[in-house]
Design a binder for this molecule. Structure first.
Ligand SMILES: Cc1cc2nc3c(=O)[nH]c(=O)nc-3n(C[C@H](O)[C@H](O)[C@H](O)COP(=O)(O)OP(=O)(O)OC[C@H]3O[C@@H](n4cnc5c(N)ncnc54)[C@H](O)[C@@H]3O)c2cc1C
Length: 401
């Protein structure tokens, strides 16, 4: 789109991570007459056939289908995705174990593991084809001001942009959430997640492996490199001091310790890529909207990665906000009014809160050292494994069906 002199838009989105880019893509296609600006501070990493992105996400079918609606799924699938057919979850402190299979619910798979950078790249490629989005990158917002009718942003290159609605998709440390004084409940887990790609002695069996330890969960998510299934993405949540110790090990020692920690479920760990340590925090904004501003994805809620639900919740936010705004636009309503935005909040907050509470309960149950709780965990896991209807219900929840 030729850049407008007045730089007046219908919606401004800050943050072109997976959530902001998906929102911009879907909204622009649903409302071809409306103009969007999408602002991103960093030029992201691009897909490499040789190397995996250390940041991956387990997507539910609902999220995959949203990416298909965006027109981005095809190009992701052509490059690299890994469907997973089973989940194997077990307790480090006992005998409890549960295995979920896609066959049990008559589905081709339980979901897909995708690389974050590939998702963003595919969405941005689609966005470049849409003439009602101005994608501004790399650029930062220097200041915000708001009036009754609109929000105005000054960019760090001096440009001014205005719109009746500002969508904050600027991630867990959202500057917009702070700027507009959204009250937020927030706590530090005192944990960090080590993420990287590993190679394993045995093939990954297209299974997501998750071992719960009192110090936190360890997940090995199956990856596929042109048919070679000896790769997994590692998410190893640990108390921060222990994570620091593991980060300081040389590769051979790290692989050895990871082999033991994963109970050699895939044999030896034969190689490890560069490791990253990500501090884990839980956050939830008390409200997702104020007049003229809506929070989306991690800017509204950041959740422990143990259930791999963060971006799935973010994509559900995207679908709800696009629906709400498209309906308002059809009726000629003000997109940034609190009356419009409250519908989005009413739709999303209860579901996000329920998922966050469930994950917190799960985390505490598995962290507990108390004998009774350990027994409950082990009996619970094994009994659910034998209760087909309950198990199938859990699978459907995990799949977002
Ligand atoms: C270890 C780990 C494993 C995970 N695994 C899973 C999983 O399996 N499944 C799942 O569903 N979720 C998972 N998640 C969660 C998932 O990664 C996040 O929910 C998701 O990345 C959030 O996307 P987002 O677009 O909201 O935010 P982000 O990815 O943080 O994107 C925010 C964007 O905004 C930009 N930005 C920030 N400030 C500004 C500014 N001032 N101006 C311009 N641009 C700005 C940033 O550069 C960035 O591109 C995991 C998280 C972690 C930490």
């Amino acid at each position: 789109m030729a850049e407008q002199k007045n730089r007046q838009y219908d919606v401004i989105v800050v943050g072109a991570g997976m959530v902001g880019a998906a929102f911009a893509c879907l909204f622009a296609q649903a409302n071809p007459k409306l103009k969007l600006a999408l602002i991103e501070a960093h030029q992201g990493a691009s897909y490499s056939p040789e190397k995996f992105d250390p940041r991956v996400a387990a997507l539910t079918e609902k999220s995959r289908s949203l990416l298909e609606c965006c027109g981005a799924w095809q190009s992701i699938a052509e490059k690299r995705v890994s469907a997973y057919l089973a989940m194997d979850v077990w307790d480090a402190e006992g005998t409890g174990r549960i295995r979920f299979n896609s066959q049990d619910v008559h589905q081709p798979n339980l979901g897909h593991i995708v690389e974050n950078s590939l998702v963003v790249e595919s969405l941005l490629n689609k966005i470049q084809q849409l003439d009602n989005i101005a994608f501004l990158c790399p650029v930062r917002v220097a200041s915000y001001s708001d009036s009754e009718q609109q929000v105005t942003l000054e960019l760090d290159d001096g440009r001014l942009l205005s719109a009746p609605l500002l969508v904050a998709a600027d991630g867990g440390n959202s500057a917009i959430r702070q700027q507009f004084n959204f009250p937020t409940r927030e706590w530090d887990y005192g944990h960090s997640a080590i993420v990287t790609t590993v190679e394993t002695e045995q093939v990954n069996q297209q299974t997501a492996w998750q071992r719960f330890m009192p110090t936190g969960p360890l997940a090995l998510l199956p990856l596929d490199k042109a048919g070679d299934k000896h790769y997994c993405s590692l998410v190893w949540s640990q108390e921060s001091a222990e994570a620091e110790r593991l980060m300081a090990l040389d590769d051979a020692e790290f692989c050895r310790e990871l082999g033991f920690a994963s109970e050699h479920c895939l044999g030896k760990i034969t190689a490890v890529d560069k490791r990253y340590s990500i501090p884990l925090r839980q956050r939830h904004a008390t409200d997702y909207v104020v007049e003229r501003v809506a929070l989306l994805g991690d800017s509204a809620h950041t959740i422990h990665p143990l259930a791999g639900q963060g971006v799935n919740l973010g994509f559900a936010d995207v679908a709800a906000l696009v629906d709400t705004l498209s309906a308002a636009a059809k009726r000629g309503n003000d997109l940034g009014s609190l009356m419009t935005l409250n519908k989005y909040q009413r739709q999303r907050k209860p579901e996000n809160l329920a998922m966050m509470a469930a994950m917190e309960g799960f985390k505490r149950l598995f962290a507990a050292d108390n004998l009774a709780l350990r027994l409950l965990r082990n009996i619970g896991l094994s009994q659910v494994d034998n209760l087909k209807p309950v198990k199938n219900e859990i699978i459907k929840q995990v799949m977002g069906l």
